[in-house]
Unconditional design. Structure first.
Length: 383
């Protein structure tokens, strides 16, 4: 019987590659570089932690299960899982179709692949299927990539439709699932070939570690991902794996609380005269609100609010006492940042405008604090 995601998350040690000792709730951290080949006689032989490690394998088995995939590699950062995706699926002169609203680090990495390997990057708005189809029809696209919700624009992409479109043109389809996470949405079940994510965010949940993972839909793709992970040394160290396992069992309750708090604050901001627009997929004012509710079980606590000016946005950030000015999201502490200055500094002004990000746009990542304290802090900061 396939279990619900939260049931699997609450029993991580069961995903260990060999029996846990005395039913321990946590599998040991195999902090070792090498394994003695002479001392092993099981089906699975470990030789070197870069290629395989039992502690990492436990997390990879869990992610494979909850994302409904065929195999997974845990990587040392979230962006390393994006790099590993490109190393696995692209070659020199490849073409890739990417949603224009993507994480700034992904955008920067695409520039690297363009400059070094002559990869042609086609950016498009994935709400416009005709434009996408035109690009797929006229170019040999190897890979289609998007986030949903997108970061920072918080657009919701119809993943089932994009998967069908990509496959009609023999392209692979990958989804960066960092925002929604597998507790809310499982892209492989909707037709994607890969689901990848930064575990730095909601999944580890406590801001204590930087890491990522990529799950492949088939054994063949998974074998390829493992090959390139070993070749390029992309794998995650066992100590970081352990830190992630500490946060995972509470993912569902945290996501619910992030969602609840963020909706209250987004609605409060919507009513303030110094805010011109609030973009949160959980609000009815969001253009893809209906799809967001259908595609995700919980809506992440990340949203954007446009202040009337950059000066006011900066004043708010300067004066706030609870919200840190920090990149990243999904931690217990609430954070704010101006995407144009921090997470998306690699975008030009025009590129930001094209995805709906203004100078005075502030991205909020709402944490687990008392929501009244969070609102009082906003009130005093803008005075
Ligand atoms: C959507 C998305 N993907 C990937 C990453 C990269 O993850 P990491 O910071 O863990 O390398 C981020 C980081 O913010 C992100 O927002």
């Amino acid at each position: 019987m396939k279990k619900h995601v939260e049931t699997s998350l609450s029993h991580i040690a069961k995903f260990a590659p060999f029996a846990e000792q005395a039913g321990a709730s946590h599998f040991p951290i195999y902090n070792t570089g090498t394994f003695d080949l002479k001392k092993q006689d099981g089906d699975k032989i470990y030789d070197y932690t870069r290629s395989d490690n039992p502690t990492r394998e436990m997390l990879e088995n869990l992610f494979t299960e909850v994302e409904s995939g065929a195999g997974c590699v845990c990587t040392h950062t979230g962006i390393a899982s994006v790099a590993l995706l490109f190393e696995t699926t692209l070659k020199a002169n490849s073409h890739i179709l990417v949603e224009a609203d993507c994480y700034g680090g992904t955008f920067r990495l695409l520039k690297v692949f363009k400059e070094k390997y002559n990869v042609t990057v086609h950016f498009a708005n994935f709400l416009e299927f005709d434009t996408m189809e035109e690009i797929l029809k006229n170019n040999p696209i190897d890979l289609v990539l998007c986030e949903s919700p997108t970061n920072p624009g918080l657009k919701i992409i119809d993943l089932k439709k994009v998967a069908n479109l990509a496959h009609n043109y023999n392209a692979l389809f990958a989804v960066d699932n960092s925002l929604a996470t597998f507790i809310s949405q499982r892209p492989i079940e909707l037709g994607a070939d890969f689901s990848l994510f930064s575990t730095t965010k909601y999944i580890s949940g406590h801001g204590a570690v930087v890491a990522g993972a990529i799950v492949a839909a088939t054994k063949e793709l998974s074998d390829e991902v493992h090959y390139y992970a070993n070749a390029g040394g992309r794998s995650q160290n066992p100590m970081d794996v352990y830190l992630i396992t500490l946060g995972i069992p509470t993912l569902k309750v945290r996501m619910k609380e992030h969602e609840k708090n963020s909706i209250i604050i987004a609605k409060f901001l919507e009513e303030q005269e110094y805010i011109t627009k609030v973009t949160h997929p959980a609000l009815e004012s969001h253009p893809q609100h209906k799809l967001a509710k259908e595609q995700m079980d919980y809506i992440p606590g990340l949203f954007c609010a446009d202040f009337t000016s950059l000066e006011l946005a900066e004043k708010f950030i300067e004066n706030t006492k609870i919200y840190g000015e920090k990149c990243s999201f999904g931690s217990p502490d609430s954070r704010v940042e101006i995407p144009a200055k921090i997470s998306h500094a690699s975008f030009s002004k025009e590129e930001l405008e094209a995805i709906g990000i203004a100078e005075g746009t502030v991205r909020f990542s709402i944490g687990l604090e008392n929501v009244e304290d969070l609102i009082e802090d906003i009130k005093q900061a803008v005075k």
